[in-house]
Design a protein around this ligand. Structure first.
Ligand code: ASP
Ligand code: MG
Length: 461
């Protein structure tokens, strides 16, 4: 062995899985123990990314808002404390972990008081970040209790972001070099337990990546560490052909390509944060989605190449769509009209999902989760559009996306889908732009029935 090799005590682990556990997976002590077993049973699991225990982020969101009466603040702080202590009371030696929890609770109180005195988005992110700090501190100890060398790691050291509090963008280059320098060497003999959802800006202020962002954090860490696998452990046995609450015929999908899964995540399958697959695709890291309650029941493997590429893979449903139709006789043989419309939308940060056009009118849909488009598509935006054209806005619609392969190049797709639902009012059919989907709108009240009927036709022949 050369002198040089002798000095090199950093041996890069060759097989790294980043495992992410969602809020229900770390909701209580029993749930955490199940996750600890999953880690213990596969030594490739070197990095664990946790969400806040179920319910905690919602409490923190309320705590971060302006005008929370002081008695409600106290109540929320005590609810959060109860959730943590309900877990730590199961430790045989709980003094050490409880003192960490006490320190965190005290610090949370400081930020909460500051927020009550002067509400800022910056402070809001400090508050929101506590959920993951509690759960990661506790989970590291749970790992130790089952004989795994679990170590807490503050992800803010590596997950550097801009200062867009509440919706921060990660600096991928900084993350990659920080992760290689600070995180990778630890993986030889430790299992690192760290936080999803949070990061820090260039001035080391805490930031958050947006609700549900822990999946995305895990994928970013997997990419930065050039991991071999990413496992997302949740409370369902993988990705289903459709929402099992709509039809009991829905079943778990064994394997699915990145392209199809990305469409599903975008079009409403709530199981993964929509951005999760982007880093995985960039680095070609297979993603497994399974249930931490039933780790032996299989799950869904998402990767670039899959064995079968069926025309129909799944049906996604997204409710509460807003349909905006803009109409202008000026559009007849004119150029530049669409550019003007989109300039207005871009200025107000409205992101368009579906588009259909005719010679003089354009129909657009916007996603409408609580507090998004509803808030953004203000009277001011509509009035600005009205300077350009006639505008009509409709609510109460659902978007259905049939997802699969070569949908735009397969004969008979139209009749397979629409013949079965021709007694419903189907609008805004979008077919052709994507190889992987065909989308349309239906009235909200018909959505479940349409999905159920299509699922029966396309999946249970
Ligand atoms: N705890 C955060 C949330 O509830 C992030 C996550 O769980 O993915 O949104
Ligand atoms: Mg989630």
């Amino acid at each position: 062995m050369s002198a040089n090799q002798n000095q090199t005590n950093i041996i890069t682990p060759t097989n790294i899985t980043v495992a992410k556990f969602g809020g229900t997976s770390v909701a209580d002590f029993e749930a955490m123990l199940r996750c600890a077993d999953i880690i213990k049973n596969n030594t490739a699991n070197r990095v664990v990314v946790v969400s806040a225990s179920a319910g905690v982020t919602n409490h923190l969101v309320r705590l971060s808002q302006a005008d929370v009466p002081s008695n409600e603040r106290e109540q929320i702080l005590s609810n959060i404390a109860d959730i943590q202590y309900a877990i730590t009371q199961h430790f045989t030696n709980f003094e050490a972990i409880n003192s960490e929890i006490v320190t965190l609770l005290e610090s949370l109180r400081v930020f909460t008081d500051q927020q009550a005195a002067n509400h800022t988005m910056k402070n809001s992110d400090e508050i929101l970040a506590f959920g993951e700090q509690f759960s990661s501190r506790i989970f590291a100890q749970v790992l130790q209790s089952v004989g795994v060398n679990g170590h807490y790691f503050d992800v803010r050291q590596v997950m550097k972001t801009d200062s867009l509090f509440g919706k921060a963008q990660v600096d991928l280059n900084q993350l990659a070099s920080n992760a290689q320098q600070l995180l990778l060497p630890l993986l030889n003999d430790k299992v690192i337990v760290t936080q999803g959802f949070i990061g820090s800006d260039q001035d080391n202020n805490t930031t958050t990546l947006g609700r549900g962002g822990s999946d995305y954090s895990a994928a970013l860490l997997a990419e930065a560490l050039q991991a071999n696998n990413l496992s997302i452990w949740t409370d369902v046995v993988g990705i289903f052909t459709t929402d099992p609450r709509i039809t009991d015929q829905a079943r778990s999908i064994n394997e699915i390509s990145f392209g199809e899964a990305a469409e599903m995540a975008t079009f409403g399958a709530k199981i993964l944060h929509p951005a999760t697959l982007i880093p995985a695709m960039r680095q070609d890291i297979p993603v497994f989605v399974g249930s931490s309650k039933e780790p032996d029941s299989g799950g869904t493997r998402i990767q670039r190449e899959v064995n079968s590429n069926p025309t129909y893979r799944s049906i996604a449903l997204r409710r509460e769509q807003t349909l905006v139709t803009v109409k202008s006789p000026q559009m007849l043989h004119a150029s530049g009209f669409l550019a003007k419309v989109f300039t207005v939308l871009a200025k107000h940060q409205l992101s368009v999902d579906l588009i259909t056009t005719s010679e003089i009118s354009v129909a657009l849909t916007f996603d409408n989760p609580h507090g998004s488009t509803q808030a953004l598509l203000t009277k001011a935006v509509v009035e600005e559009l009205e300077q350009l054209c006639e505008v009509s806005v409709e609510h109460g619609l659902s978007l259905i996306a049939v997802i699969g392969n070569k949908i735009h190049g397969t004969k008979g797709v139209g009749s397979s889908i629409f013949d079965k639902v021709n007694d419903f009012n189907i609008r805004m059919i979008c077919h052709g732009a994507s190889n992987h989907n065909l989308c349309f709108l239906v009235p909200e009240a018909d959505a479940n029935q349409v999905v159920e009927r299509l699922h029966n036709t396309l999946f249970t022949s």
